[in-house]
Design a protein around this ligand. Sequence first.
Ligand code: FES
Length: 335
Amino acid sequence: MRISQHTFEATVVDLRDITPTVREFTLRLPYDAPASSWKSSPGAHVKLHLAVAGQSLTRHYSLLPCLEAGTLRIAVKRAMPGRGGSQAMRQLHVGDALQVSEPVNQFKLDLNAPAYFLLAGGIGITPLVSMAQALADRAAPVSMLYCASSSEEWAYGEDLQSALGERVQAIAGHAQDLDARIAALPAQAQAYVCGPVALLQAVQQAWHRAGRAPALLRFETFGAASANAQAFKVLLPRHRLELDVPSGASLLDVLEQQGITPMYGCRKGECGLCALPVLALQGDIEHHDVFLSQHEKQSNAQICICVSRVSGCITLDTAYRPDAIKPPLETAHAR
Ligand code: FES
């Protein structure tokens, strides 16, 4: 599944390091870009098209509140080694141009809930800054927990403080007391969570233990690939291909580079659209998605190819695509 979006050439007009590892970018859109290209609702993101080592990469970044008409603000955490996107962003200077999509919102804030719990882990704060601001503007009952690796990494702490005052708590380290925090919420309260997969899994479990409706827990994950990602091999019998998946690319990236077009949606391990059946496995799967259940992950019968990785070699069944099948067995190396 692809979502059709207009793309604009934007110019970097400001760079700002807001923590030791997070850099904020302000991008100016062309003067004739419609207001819908920079006006967005809380939780929206844009797609940036980046060039890394001769390859074209697409990365999704949540939008921060707009400070000036015709501009977009995003914040990017430096990932070491990462999958290339953050390094490419770090190469940008004021005046550089890049392709940016119009905003899309797959993490919408429902403004009709009786109360809200916002939970951010690390750079997952970015979509929640707009949400906190929107809820504060409406005087909605809201509490917020913001977890980062250290106090130096509390990006936008002052903005949150001025919007929510004592209703926001920032801590250095992992989220604690999730059961108690969820138990303290009124019935039908909604939770909005953005952060790493481990944080989301912890909230999902606590939410489930509390007997709350899954639909009231809304989430977005990021950067699910491990920082220590290793290269691995994938065999695709339908395409008679054996491919290397390098540390800086996902399985989905590598398949696309070969002209194979699997279904996908979020590219973040949330929607499950990219899940492919596993035909054989030598080694193990590192499941980084939040779509498959624990039981499904243990069975290793499927893999979400946008985020999950393998130690060893995996054989996958791709959908039948006569246009993508290549005649002889060949070995291709994705870089
Ligand atoms: S594209 Fe959504 S889980 Fe992979």
